[in-house]
Design a protein around this ligand. Structure first.
Ligand code: S3P
Length: 446
C-alpha cells in the first residue's frame, strides 16, 4: 500500500433495499497461482478474470523480477511467458510481497528449489506473520533461510542447488503451506508427498494438473495425501479465473441484512473446499439459491441469488473452518444481526491472518454494541434478533476483510459505522465501495 493518509469511511443504513446483479473480482488464490504456475511453465499462459488487486499485482511483479514475461492486455486479461520448472532467474532486488501471505509463502516454495539467492519482505502486517511454517518444511529440500526472530520477514533465501523431494505432514490445516511444499517439489526429482490433517482448498493441485503435472490425491481420515511427480514439463495453459467466493461473501451478507434486498452475484467460484459459509448461512435460515451451475477452467462456478430474511444463531463446528477460513469476520457480522448465539469453533488460525482476526472481529462488533465473547479459540456472538446500535469506530489493523465486514455491518445498524482506513480493501476487492453503492448501499467519506 502507498503511505497516503488513511481513508476513513462511514457506512450507514441505506434508505431502500440493495438490488441488482453484480460480478465480484477474480479469485485471489487462483490468480496468484495462475501467475506463478505460468512463470514455471514452458510457453504462454493466458489468464482471463485475473484479480487486479494489490496482492496479486505483487505476485505479478515478483514473477517479472524472476525473469518471466508478464503482460497485461486489458482488464483481467494477462499473459505469462514462462521459463520452465527450475528456470527462474535470480532477482536483482528485494521482493516486496506487500500485504499478501499467500504470495510470500507460495513464493518461498518456488525459491527454495531454485539455485539462487533472494530476499523477501512485506508491509508491517506481513512482516508480523509467521514464516517458520514454510521455513521448516522447505529447509528439508536443501534450501537455507535466514529470517528475523520468530521466523518473520524480511527473510533471505538460498535456494537448493540439487533440491531433494519433500515428504511432509502439515501440523496445521494450511493451503499456503501445502502449496509451498508442492511448488518446491516441482523442481526436485522423484515424488513429493504432503499429508494434510484436514482438506484445504485444492487450487494448486487442480492447476498443477491443468498445466500437465502428475498429481494424485487420496483421502486420509478428514484430510488428504497429495503426491506430485517432480520435474514435470509444465506447459502454458489458459486459465479462466472465477469470481472470488470470499469477496462475494460481503455483498451476499449485505443483502441478507438490508430489508427487502435481492442480489444476483454472477460467476462465483464454488469449489467445495471454499463453500463453508454458504452451508453455515443456510443453517442460519438464509435464502440463497445457486443457479446456472457450471464448470469454468476446471473449477465449479455458479450464480448466487440471495434475498433478505431473518437469521438464527448456530453452532459452527471446527471441522468447517478450512472451508470458510476467510469468511469468519463477515459471518460474525451476520451473526450479530441474527436471533440467538452463534458459536464459531476452532479459530486459532485467525490469530495469524492479515491481523489477529479473532481479536479484530470481536473488537469490530463490541465497539458497535454487539455482545461478543472469545472463549479459548471460539468466537461467540450473541444476536438480539435486531440490528445492533452501531456508531462505533472500527480499527481495520491493515486487514481488508475487517474493513469490508465493518462497512457491511454499517448498512444494518441504527447509527453509522466508521472505519479508520479502507485503503487495504484494494488488496483483494478493488472498487468495493463503488460497487456496493451502485447496488443501493450508503458508504462514503467520513
Ligand atoms: C490461501 C489460504 C488460506 C487463506 C488465504 C488464501 C491460499 O491461508 O486464508 O486467504 O490461497 O492458499 P492459510 O493457508 O494460512 O490457511
Amino acid at each position: 500500500m502507498d503511505a497516503a493518509a488513511p481513508r476513513k469511511m462511514l457506512s450507514r443504513r441505506p434508505p431502500g433495499p440493495l438490488a441488482g446483479a453484480l460480478a465480484v473480482p477474480g479469485d485471489k488464490s487462483i490468480s496468484h497461482r495462475a501467475l506463478m504456475f505460468g512463470a514455471l511453465a514452458v510457453g504462454e499462459t493466458r489468464i482471463t478474470g485475473l484479480l487486479e488487486g494489490e496482492d496479486v499485482l505483487r505476485t505479478a511483479a515478483a514473477m517479472r523480477a524472476l525473469g518471466a514475461v508478464v503482460t497485461r492486455d486489458g482488464p483481467g486479461a494477462w499473459r505469462v511467458a514462462g521459463r520452465g520448472v527450475g528456470g527462474l532467474a535470480e532477482p536483482a532486488d528485494v521482493l516486496d510481497m506487500g500485504n499478501s501471505g499467500t504470495a510470500a509463502r507460495l513464493l518461498a516454495g518456488i525459491l527454495a528449489s531454485h539455485d539462487l539467492f533472494a530476499v523477501m519482505t512485506g508491509d508491517a502486517s506481513l512482516r508480523g506473520r509467521p514464516m517458520r511454517r514454510v521455513i521448516e518444511p522447505l529447509s528439508a529440500c536443501g534450501a537455507r533461510f535466514a529470517a528475523r526472530a520468530g521466523g518473520r520477514l524480511p527473510m533471505a533465501i538460498e535456494g537448493a542447488k540439487d533440491p531433494l523431494p519433500l515428504d511432509y505432514r502439515l501440523p496445521v490445516a494450511s493451503a499456503q503451506v501445502k502449496s509451498a511444499v508442492l511448488l518446491a517439489g516441482l523442481n526436485a526429482p522423484g515424488e513429493t508427498r504432503v499429508e494434510e490433517p484436514e482438506a484445504t482448498r485444492d487450487h494448486s493441485e487442480n492447476m498443477l494438473r491443468h498445466f500437465g503435472a502428475s498429481v494424485t490425491v487420496e483421502p486420509a481420515g478428514r484430510g488428504r495425501i497429495i503426491r506430485l511427480i517432480g520435474q514435470p514439463e509444465l506447459r502454458g495453459a489458459d486459465v479462466a479465473v472465477p469470481g472470488d467466493p470470499s469477496s462475494a461473501s460481503f455483498p451476499l451478507v449485505a443483502a441478507l441484512l438490508v430489508a427487502g434486498s435481492r442480489l444476483v452475484i454472477e460467476g462465483v467460484g464454488l469449489n467445495p473446499l471454499r463453500t463453508g459459509l454458504l452451508a453455515t448461512l443456510a443453517e442460519m435460515g438464509a435464502a440463497i439459491e445457486i443457479t446456472n451451475a457450471r464448470l469454468a477452467g476446471g473449477e465449479p462456478v455458479g450464480d448466487l441469488v440471495v434475498a433478505h430474511g431473518p437469521l438464527r444463531g448456530v453452532d459452527v463446528p471446527a471441522e468447517r473452518a478450512p472451508s470458510m477460513i476467510d469468511e469468519y469476520p463477515i459471518l460474525a457480522v451476520a451473526a450479530a444481526c441474527a436471533t440467538g448465539t452463534t458459536r464459531m469453533r476452532g479459530l486459532k488460525e485467525l490469530r495469524v491472518k492479515e491481523s489477529d482476526r479473532l481479536a479484530a472481529t470481536a473488537a469490530l462488533l463490541a465497539v458497535n454494541g454487539v455482545a461478543v465473547e472469545i472463549i479459548d479459540d471460539d468466537l461467540l456472538v450473541h444476536g438480539s434478533g435486531a440490528p445492533p446500535a452501531g456508531g462505533g469506530l472500527v480499527a481495520t489493523q491493515m486487514d481488508h476483510r475487517i474493513a469490508m465486514s465493518a462497512l457491511v455491518l454499517g448498512l444494518a445498524t441504527a447509527a453509522p459505522v466508521m472505519v479508520d482506513d479502507t485503503g487495504f480493501i484494494e488488496t483483494s476487492f478493488p472498487g468495493f465501495i463503488g460497487l456496493m453503492n451502485a447496488l443501493g448501499g450508503a458508504m462514503g467519506p467520513a
